[in-house]
Design a protein around this ligand. Structure first.
Ligand SMILES: [Zn+2]
Length: 417
């Protein structure tokens, strides 16, 4: 019975329990979910808390960095200012050094030495108007190297470039670099209103200017009494000595031409053998040319001939007529002509002087004739020279001095007239 009671009770209990479970199943499920959510919330909260703490660290770090950046920027700005200041200091020091060097250059004056030509200008003014060229000395405008020698503060000599056809091959011209005295222009100092200046224009830099008055023809227009001006800028070449300059004197160049030329006057059997600046050679060539034109002046072989260099400043060369037993020729010291076989002005000038001193001829008034007082630079080919000398040796339209044509020693015998 007791056992039954127990079972019965149990049954009731079971049925009671069973009844509760059946009555509220959702609630239990929710309780479970809530527990889960609470656990998730708790871990999220802990996560967020972690994040928050990390975020705070990052914010701190960021703020630190911003502060550092700001400090660096301010340091940079200070450095930039310092740098600007230093740069301007350096600039101003540089200017001071340049000014000082220039001042010293002015103080020392024109230094002796070898100079490179770095600039030149040539221009002509007429009644103060620029009628030719450019009066500005621009920056370096020279394409070919040229040198000048400054001695005792003046230009002693300088080089010029020459390009000559000595073999009748215009595609194979020979280049020469010639030393010339001073300006390299004969008689320039004797021209009206001649003026020259030399002055320091910079460190190791000088300018040489000169001017003179002369008639000028520009594009067929004649400008009377025009003012010709030239200016040259030179820079001291400290590494160079005069011996290093690859240039030759006119005599050295003429020696090469006389030995090597095969065209123009060098095709003539007499002229090709004449060394014009050698007195004996010149006299012999003159005698042979006279003979070729029918004049016997072989007696000149018994006369002394001399060529003297002078500084008279009014011509290129001179000859003195009516001297007994001597032939006297004179060369102006700054007449430094190079022989151009195709327009041989050197030969014609020396024969003109021989006309004075060996034939006693005065100047005549026939333009382009050999005894005309000046020689033009044209009509000096071999054919022209042969015609001019023929007229001289055959005494055609010539003017003699009082001592008479070719009468130095008994007179020349004119075979053909
Ligand atoms: Zn003369």
């Amino acid at each position: 019975m007791r056992k039954l009671k127990y079972i019965l009770l149990l049954l009731i209990a079971i049925s009671c329990t069973k009844e509760v479970e059946v009555l509220n199943p959702v609630n239990a499920e929710n309780v479970k979910k809530i527990a889960e959510l609470q656990s998730q919330l708790s871990s999220l909260t802990s996560l967020i808390s972690g994040f928050l703490s990390q975020n705070q660290n990052l914010t701190n770090e960021r703020n630190n960095l911003v502060e550092q950046l700001s400090s660096l920027q301010s340091q940079l700005s200070t450095l930039e200012q310092t740098n600007l200041f230093l740069e301007s200091e350096v600039d101003s020091l540089r200017i001071k050094v340049a000014e000082l060097a220039l001042l010293i250059s002015y103080e020392i004056g024109v230094k002796d030495g070898i100079y490179d030509l770095i600039n030149s200008s040539y221009f002509i003014t007429h009644n103060n108007d620029l009628v030719y060229g450019n009066d500005k000395l621009e920056t370096d405008n020279t394409s070919e190297l040229n040198y000048g020698v400054i001695e005792n503060g003046v230009l002693k000599k300088r080089t010029f470039n020459l390009n000559l056809d000595i073999n009748s091959d215009s595609s194979n011209k020979i280049n020469f670099k010639q030393w010339k005295l001073g300006y390299g222009i004969t008689n320039i100092e004797t021209k009206a209103e001649f003026k020259d200046t030399i002055y320091v224009s910079g460190v190791d830099e000088i300018i040489i200017e000169f001017q003179f008055k002369s008639d000028a023809i520009i594009n067929d227009d004649l400008f009377e009494d025009a003012l010709i001006k030239e200016a040259f800028k030179w820079k001291l070449n400290r590494g160079l000595s005069e011996d290093d300059v690859p240039a030759q004197t006119f005599l050295e160049i003429n020696k090469f031409i006389t030995e090597n030329a095969t065209n123009g006057t060098f095709t003539d059997p007499i002229y090709k053998n004449i060394d014009v600046f050698d007195p004996i050679s010149l006299r012999e060539g003159f005698i042979l040319d006279a003979q070729r034109n029918g004049l016997d002046i072989s007696y000149l072989r018994d006369e002394n001939i001399s060529i003297e260099t002078v500084d008279w400043g009014y011509g290129a060369a001179y000859g003195s007529p009516c001297r007994s037993g001597v032939i006297e020729l004179y060369l102006e010291n700054d007449w430094e002509p190079v022989i151009d076989p195709l327009q041989n002005i050197v030969l014609i000038v020396m024969f003109h002087e021989m006309g004075h001193s060996a034939l006693n001829l005065d100047h005549n008034t026939i333009n382009e004739d050999i005894m005309y007082p000046s020689v033009s630079m044209k009509n000096l080919s071999l054919v022209d020279i042969r015609e001019k000398t023929r007229r001289m040796f055959q005494n055609i339209e010539q003017v003699s001095f009082d001592c008479g044509f070719a009468t130095q020693k008994g007179g020349g015998k004119l075979i053909v007239n």
